[in-house]
Design a protein around this ligand. Structure first.
Ligand code: SF4
Ligand code: FES
Length: 386
């Protein structure tokens, strides 16, 4: 089906956002990284021209925002060209970066070529703990320098803080840090337990008390900072009784393109073994969006089992998260076990109980291969043959 044929009401809506995972290379090794456990190597990445074509096709499809992400997108030597290509396609460009590889000249160059927005991640307010969580010495100081340059260049800035049991005691300081660097917005997001975060769940899941305190603090600062800095808050699924509408519903608002060109309904979808993904090298984006097997598999409500099938919430949360259903129950078509109506909800309750009573949890850093590969600050991978 082409875009011209999809005007009838029964056709899926057009996507609003594109996550462009430009690379999986990254100098950091965050223990909750949302990238898949099998990372794509440099020699399989799309070229500059292929990405430019993706941006054009995405804009034609109706996409408004492109999130230039990774890994660490600034390891791409052609990033300026990619930003320009996305701008030329008419997309709003948001760079999601750790900031660790930026320098002042590059930040000003972004402003000159019209980058619209930067999301800069922090791991903690305390430099030592931040570097420990991200697995990269000196990262926090580099980020603080990057934040100052972003402000000087007049770029809009959001500070992203992923929060979990190991850093929630510094949430107030993290909010104050975001204010001090002049952020327009802050995203306080509890880790979502997929990919590397699922591997490290026992070390990261917050206690109920930590969650309640975090929610109270966010509310307090939202009021205090009204008109100065907005705070978005993403709560952790594991303490909820109803799931979120993950991705706004499968194949409804969002698509992701992996570094090697596979088109995914969400960034974690390749953790679901039953799915096969079309590639932008072989098929135009509109065909993949409207007819691609992976997009069709969980779109709408026809695929749903009970209790979702007869639930009045089903067109609000779309049955929750498919990746989480697969990760926890082994079947992506099950009701997300976060839902208290799921017959497998006890899996979630048990995970919280076990994690928060574990004495000295250890974690595994994100990495290529067995997690032991070292990514240099120039983006090369010590053991990468690509
Ligand atoms: Fe959502 Fe399904 Fe739970 Fe209903 S049963 S609230 S549709 S996850
Ligand atoms: Fe894949 Fe939720 S992360 S559907």
């Amino acid at each position: 089906m082409t875009t011209d044929q999809q005007s009838s009401a029964s056709q899926p809506p057009r996507p609003l956002g594109l996550l462009a995972e430009l690379t999986h290379r990254c100098p950091q090794r965050c223990v909750y990284c949302s990238n898949p456990l099998e990372l794509v190597r440099k020699n399989a990445e799309l070229t500059t021209e292929q990405w430019a074509q993706v941006f054009e096709q995405a804009a034609d499809l109706g996409v408004i925002h492109v999130h230039l992400s990774g890994g660490e997108p600034t390891v791409r030597q052609d990033l300026n060209e990619l930003v320009e290509a996305a701008r030329q396609a008419g997309l709003y460009t948001n760079l999601i970066t750790s900031g660790t590889l930026l320098d002042e000249a590059q930040v000003h160059r972004f402003a000159e070529i019209g980058l619209d927005h930067v999301q800069l991640s922090i791991e903690d307010s305390d430099a030592e703990l931040a570097d420990h969580i991200g697995g990269f010495d000196g990262a926090h100081l580099r980020k603080m320098a990057a934040a100052a340059w972003i402000g000087d260049a007049g770029l809009r800035l959001t500070i992203n803080a992923v929060v979990h049991r190991q850093n929630l005691h510094h949430l107030e300081e993290m909010i104050q840090l975001a204010v001090s660097v002049g952020a327009d917005r802050m995203e306080v997001a509890h880790a979502q337990y997929q990919g590397w975060a699922l591997k490290n769940r026992d070390a990261l899941l917050p206690t109920r008390d930590q969650l309640d305190e975090a929610t109270r603090l966010v509310e307090q600062y939202r009021q205090r900072l009204d008109g100065t800095m907005a705070i978005d808050y993403v709560v952790p699924d594991y303490h909820a009784i109803r799931p979120k509408a993950c991705m706004g519903g499968w194949g409804r608002q969002f698509l992701a393109v992996s570094p090697d060109g596979r088109v995914l309904p969400c960034h974690g979808a390749d953790s679901i073994p039953e799915l096969t993904f079309d590639n932008v090298r072989d098929r135009p984006l509109d065909e993949i969006w409207f007819d691609g097997e992976a997009f069709e598999r969980f779109r709408g409500v026809d695929w749903m089992p009970e209790p979702c099938k007869s639930c009045p919430e089903k067109t609000k949360d779309w049955g929750g998260c498919r990746c989480q259903a697969f990760a926890l129950t082994g079947d992506a078509a099950n009701t997300d076990p976060v839902c208290a109506l799921s017959p497998q909800h006890d899996l979630v309750e048990q995970a919280v109980e076990e994690a928060t009573t574990t004495d000295e949890p250890t974690w595994q850093y994100r990495g290529f291969g067995d997690g032991g590969d070292v990514v240099q600050v120039d983006g090369s991978i010590a053991s990468d043959d690509g």
